[in-house]
Design a protein around this ligand. Structure first.
Ligand code: ARG
Length: 585
């Protein structure tokens, strides 16, 4: 990819070679967008750091570099400021030609990467028969966005749902199912178990209170693990029902995911133990087989082991993750493994990665990254709960966002005395409500805890989905009002930037590529949100200050082009966040 910054960096490498010799070519030009447009678009701050090694004043170094910088096709002549900053301003000719180039390109001028990677994104990953809670929702929304960005840039992405579908908790679930609802287990009875979350609670309660039930549950685990058909059927039924519930959420949120739960890796757990033993990494500890990791200690300051195999022969969450990691590298051919999982599991992943590293399972060039995120809090700053203190069900949460979006819309329609068909109202409310939930999550720095507020996420002003959607709708309104087919603006039309607001908007439009590159590398969706928010603001400023439909030609067409490119950029950017746009709202 060749974002503007990347191009300028190349030119600096050339100038460094010419000015100081090839040894200096890879010096980082310390290039950053300027904080104040007065200084141009970018500033290169390398001269100060070179003063000592080159034994010259920073200003002299800057002057020497500027002498050799070949930037005439991109920028106005560079200026040196202060102690030795090099200020760069994109030239009007370049801005205009670049906007036109993007305008003519189906991907807005963004090429696919030249070396695509196999990126595996582990996200969502709820647990069978337990509710999918707001933490899983965060993982789902963030993971989907990261997958979309990687896909757009041309990487080959495998989206994996590491569902919790195995483990000792299935003993009590199977036993409870067999005892309370045996009919459901008849072949093809098609019967449902009902509310699974309640079912889980009941099973857990019996497990904790009835010693005999506990005993039978233990046996059921053994049955399941040894492939007993009745136990297997019960397990399948539980998985199937959960899956249906998860799928409703995924469908509604437009999430594509491949389910590959923990049970899938059963067959590979034994080999994990064998290989760790062969590497001399396994140790006995209180009857269990463990690996002691370096740099992790418990509360008493003692080394913290990763339990690979428990004393009863059972395996652990970490063992499954080790097997999964090996499978993703050897069979799925992953180059980059991402795990979008809450920050509470940071130690787990750091340990798993360390064990895999020391066992020699990570080939050169393969990277493992835990992509952590903070917890969801209610407006009171406490853990997000319903008023009566229960965990919020995802379906209810989405329904409420949509209901509130509908109420807002109806209020606005009443104020404007506007009549719209009920169907349209419903579909706008659904889009706005879901967009608000997604955007509110993505626009936060994911590592901080996230305060869930319906009022904030649905506000028409501020860094919210409705604000962004509204900017898009505003542009569609221009085309409706002026009867303009944006896709067929005169092919000979040229861009003519005139007003400061137009320049500001044009410059911002050109930064999309840079932002997407950053998101792909750093994995912070809030950077894309911020970019789109500023784009909407800059568009609104432009539209408030510059006439469009009433402007004389060639300004009129030129401004229509800017508006259209803004709309397409918003649409693409929102789409990469997993958010659909609206033509009207
Ligand atoms: N099921 C787990 C949970 O709900 C998340 C799994 C994350 N992925 C993984 N490979 N461990 O906490």
């Amino acid at each position: 990819m060749t974002s503007i910054i990347a191009q300028i960096k190349d030119r600096f490498a050339q100038a460094l070679t010419l000015a100081f010799g090839p040894d200096w070519a890879s010096t980082d030009p310390l290039l950053a967008p300027t904080s104040n447009p007065k200084f141009g678009d970018y500033q290169a701050n390398l001269a100060m750091g070179l003063a000592r090694p080159l034994q010259r004043s920073p200003r002299a170094i800057a002057a020497e570099l500027v002498n050799h910088l070949q930037l005439a096709d991109l920028c106005d002549p560079p200026e040196i400021a202060g102690p030795g900053f090099i200020n760069l301003r994109l030239s009007v000719a370049y801005l205009q030609s670049q906007i036109q180039r993007r305008q003519a390109h189906p991907r807005l001028g963004i090429n696919c990467v030249s070396q695509p990677q196999r990126v595996i994104v582990d996200f969502s990953s709820p647990n069978i028969a337990k509710e999918m809670h707001v933490g899983h929702l965060r993982s789902t929304i963030i993971g989907d966005c990261l997958a979309r960005v990687q896909e757009f840039l041309g990487h080959s992405v495998l989206r994996l749902n590491h569902v919790g579908d195995w483990g000792t908790q299935f003993g009590m679930l199977i036993t409870h199912l067999q005892e309370t609802c045996p009919q459901a287990l008849e072949a093809d009875s098609g019967m449902g178990i009902g509310d699974l979350v309640n079912f889980y609670k009941q099973a857990k309660q019996r497990f904790d209170q009835e010693p005999e039930f506990k005993q039978r549950s233990r046996q059921a685990v053994v049955d399941l693990q040894s492939g007993n058909p009745r136990a297997t059927r019960a397990w399948q039924l539980l998985c199937k029902q959960s899956r249906q519930e998860f799928e409703q959420i995924y469908r509604r949120l437009d999430i594509t995911l491949e389910e590959r739960g923990e049970s899938f890796y059963n067959a590979y757990l034994g080999a994990v133990v064998e290989d760790l033993a062969a590497q001399g990494l396994l140790q006995e500890n209180e009857g269990a087989r463990v690996v002691f990791t370096q740099g992790f200690t418990n509360k008493e300051g003692l080394p913290l082991p990763v339990i690979i195999q428990k004393s009863d022969g059972g395996y652990n969450y970490a063992t499954t993750d080790l097997a999964a990691l090996r499978y993703r590298i050897s069979q799925d051919r992953g180059d980059r493994l991402l795990y979008v999982v809450d920050a509470g599991q940071s130690t787990h992943f750091a340990q798993v990665f360390q064990v895999a590293e020391r066992a020699g399972w990570i080939p050169a060039g393969v990277t493992l990254t835990h992509v952590p995120f903070g917890v969801v809090q209610g407006e009171d700053g406490k853990k997000f709960k319903t008023r009566s203190g229960e965990t919020v069900r995802l379906k209810d949460l989405l329904d409420e966002a949509v209901a509130r979006a509908r109420a807002d819309l109806e209020q606005r329609l009443a104020l404007e005395a506007r009549q719209e068909p009920q169907e349209l109202i419903e579909s706008i409310a659904e889009t706005v409500g879901l967009a608000a939930v997604k955007y509110a999550d993505l626009s936060q720095n994911r590592t901080s805890n996230y305060l869930f507020s319906f009022d904030k996420m649905l506000a028409l002003q501020g860094n919210t989905a409705p604000y962004m959607l509204y900017a898009y709708v505003r542009i569609q309104g221009i085309s409706r009002k002026g009867n303009i087919d944006f896709d067929h603006l005169p092919p000979t039309a040229t861009l003519q930037l005139q007003e400061e607001a137009e320049f500001t908007l044009a410059r911002h439009l050109l930064q999309l590529e840079q932002v997407l590159e950053e998101v792909a590398i750093d994995l912070y969706p809030n950077q894309l949100c911020l970019y789109l928010f500023e784009l909407s603001q800059k568009f609104n400023q432009f539209y408030d200050l510059c006439t469009v439909l009433q402007a004389p030609e060639p300004q009129r067409t030129s401004r229509l082009m800017l508006a259209h490119l803004t709309a397409r950029t918003l649409k693409l950017g929102l789409n990469l966040l997993g958010i659909a746009v609206l033509e009207r709202m």
